[in-house]
Design a protein around this ligand. Structure first.
Ligand code: F6R
Length: 244
């Protein structure tokens, strides 16, 4: 596990974007596993900028997103489908047909999850998986639980996740209660993993992830068992883990 402690969100974003850019340059057909939320927005801004300047080419890149709310329309402002278009896809030369996100409009849980897992396999697996981390240590929408879920599945979102994500909605009542997510097994199958964390509200999760027991109560702790993980975290997020 490589750990880079950087000064702030800006430095984290630039370093993360550089790693993604190198991946795209070294392997122009890469499968990138992508995340939503506040954490990767700055990195996506750099990728857009470098792409607009002509330094980066995404024409052969395939992308698979970690997760999507269940029961949300694609065109809704809060869907991850919409988020990815607004923050990245509409501004780079990735081909729309090469971008994949679990279909939150579909109700058939088994079909959505089976098809998404099969799709990732068909693409040859994820080359570089980008992750944020929840305040409760979740990755994707794999919430703390008694076991590590293997494959793509549908989850009931934890109250703390609904609380954290209500900032994107009118109110907490509007946050969908369920989501489709890659499983821990799906994430662990990625060849490389890049975990980003910024801000003091992630400090406890980072401490538990890096220094606590490896347990499904802290889903991100499993990353310590992966052979190629890079963490980029700012000083605030490392305030507990970095000092012990
Ligand atoms: C998003 C995702 C989540 C977020 C996590 C952190 O696709 O899978 O695990 O990475 O909830 O969210 P932010 O970045 O908003 O703090």
């Amino acid at each position: 596990m490589k750990v880079y402690i950087v000064k702030d969100y800006h430095e984290m974003s630039k370093k993360a974007a550089s790693i993604i850019a190198v991946q795209a340059a070294m392997d122009p057909d890469s499968v990138l596993g992508l995340a939503t939320g506040s954490t990767p927005v700055g990195a996506y801004e750099y990728l857009r900028k470098w792409s607009e300047e002509g330094t980066l080419d995404f024409s052969g890149i395939r992308t698979v997103n970690l997760d999507e709310y269940k029961g949300i329309a694609k065109e809704s402002d809060q869907s991850y489908y919409h988020f990815m278009r607004e923050n990245l896809f509409d501004h780079i030369n990735v081909k729309e047909e090469n971008t994949y996100i679990p279909d939150g409009e579909k109700e058939d849980i088994d079909a959505v999850c089976r098809d998404y897992e099969a799709l990732i396999r068909k693409l040859g697996g994820v080359d570089l998986q980008l992750l944020g981390i929840g305040r409760n240590g979740h990755i994707g929408f794999n919430e703390p639980s008694e076991t590590f879920p293997g494959e793509c599945h549908c989850v009931d979102l934890a109250e703390s996740t609904i609380e954290a994500n209500k900032r994107f909605f009118e109110s907490a009542e509007d946050v969908p209660r369920q989501a489709y997510t890659m499983g821990i097994g799906t994430i662990m199958n990625a060849k490389k993993i890049l975990l980003l964390a910024s801000g003091e509200d992630k400090a406890e999760a980072m401490y538990q992830t890096m220094c606590g027991p490896i347990t499904p109560r802290v889903p991100a702790s499993v990353l310590r068992l992966h052979r190629d993980v890079t963490i980029i975290a700012d000083e605030a997020a490392m305030a507990k883990a970095g000092t012990r």
